[in-house]
Write a protein that binds this ligand. Sequence first.
Ligand SMILES: [Ca+2]
Length: 164
Amino acid sequence: MGSNFTITLVLLAAIACLSEGCCPEGFIQVGNRCYHYNSDKVDWHDAHRACEGLGAHLVSIHNYEDSREVYALWKSLVDESYVNYLHRTYWIGLHDVQNENNFEWSDGTPMDYSLWHPSQPNNYGGEDCVAPFNYGSNDFDKQRWHDHGCRNRKPYFCRRSATS
Ligand SMILES: [Ca+2]
């Protein structure tokens, strides 16, 4: 029973890999996308470089489904009740490092959607890098974005396409 179950899982993974492409080791496959979560807290630029080193980019978010996908993954990987609220967050690829208040995605995709917290972005003290704050009473509010100082250290999510 146990080994049959394992064989079934391996076969299912192989079928998913054939139909939607495969993810490199260390990535989690969701459809044709590969996610890499790193709980090590680093500043935004180091997170950006780390993703590029893996052939990926910090995640970009273009609709609520994208946001929910990343957030659901994060919830499955992190024990929310265990971490301090300051650590219940992760870098995404959005920044206004080049030009203040001109937000861009580090993967070069268009800025065509936003999920800011109502009071954000406020550039408080010169904040140019973006992370969901994971603060609030419901899953929607917890996905809303805040601008943060790029030198703050946070876990991060990289994403790349699955390869066939
Ligand atoms: Ca800013």
